[in-house]
Ligand binder design. Sequence first.
Ligand code: A2P
Length: 348
Amino acid sequence: NGYRVAVVGATGAVGTRMIEMLEQSSLPIANVKYLASKRSAGKILKFKEQEITVEELVPESFEEIDLALFSAGGGVSKKFAPEAVKRGAVVVDNTSAFRMDPEVPLVVPEVNENALYQHKGLIANPNCSTIQMVVALEPIRKAFGLKKVIVTTLQAVSGAGNRAIKELHDETEAVLNGEAYEPQILPVAGDKKHYQIAFNPLAQIDVFEDDGYTHEEWKMIHETKKIMEDENIQVTATCVRVPVAVAHSESVWFELEKNGATVSKLHDLLKRAPGVVLEDDPENQIYPQAVNAEGKKETFVGRVRPDQEQSNAFHLYCVSDNLLKGAAWNSVQIAERLHALDLLRVPK
Ligand code: A2P
């Protein structure tokens, strides 16, 4: 008794965390199926005490599946997510393939859970950097309205997958040993040039658009408006890859619609906000850190302070595990909410 669950990209950086999140989940699970490319077929991965053999992804993989979590790249989702829905599986897709499709809800449960009621079988999981920012800003937006957001991210390499984590490790070792190393993955595996990430932040995540913004920056701008259901919020972003394995950090400047916010009022809102842990005590040097956020589901918020020149404007700094809240946990949390709301089925 329970759902039959497929994990697509089960061997990947996010997929392995999806498995962990499913193991810890309250979701009733009858059985799991692990799907990846041909390269990984036959590999054994665990689900709790059970040994599960990874299978090659084919359209028929989704026969007798109720829930499919996708994190194997946008191309795989574009091709296979409709196949899954066609066979009756609800898909939670962690890639950018369907996020801006008006027919597809883009959901962060702490912000826009109600959008789940509109689903037609497919729900999109937002970009990792967008998720933690909207979790931190939503309680503030509700109380004071949001006029403008300027964000700079410091993003971990795991957002680019397991091969990028390996590149950071190997390259760091090579640099420390004074050896040569040829970068092959970062900043973007599919782009023309590759650069050193060890000891060297790179102001490029995803490919460049014609307007000079990267596609990652574009995602933060447009996904924020969709999730907050407000096209008028002005958002702009600079996304930077830093030599960190796991957990993204963000410096966020925001201007409020209404008067009357103070640091202490913002602290009160953040303390009560779902999914947020306030870590803000400068006197005692308390502020969010990537090493503390790794492995946790929450978004950690600190450094809340007013802009010294402009009224109704503040800064905050937030950190969250990009593989968990930024990806695997948000996806499994969406599935848990679908179950709780009796929406975990493809509507007729
Ligand atoms: P595989 O291990 O067989 O390559 P990461 O984000 O860490 O790079 O992981 C990507 C995930 O997506 C892996 O599980 C990978 O499987 C999977 N994947 C990549 N390409 C395909 C494909 N064409 N079909 C199915 N799974 C894929």
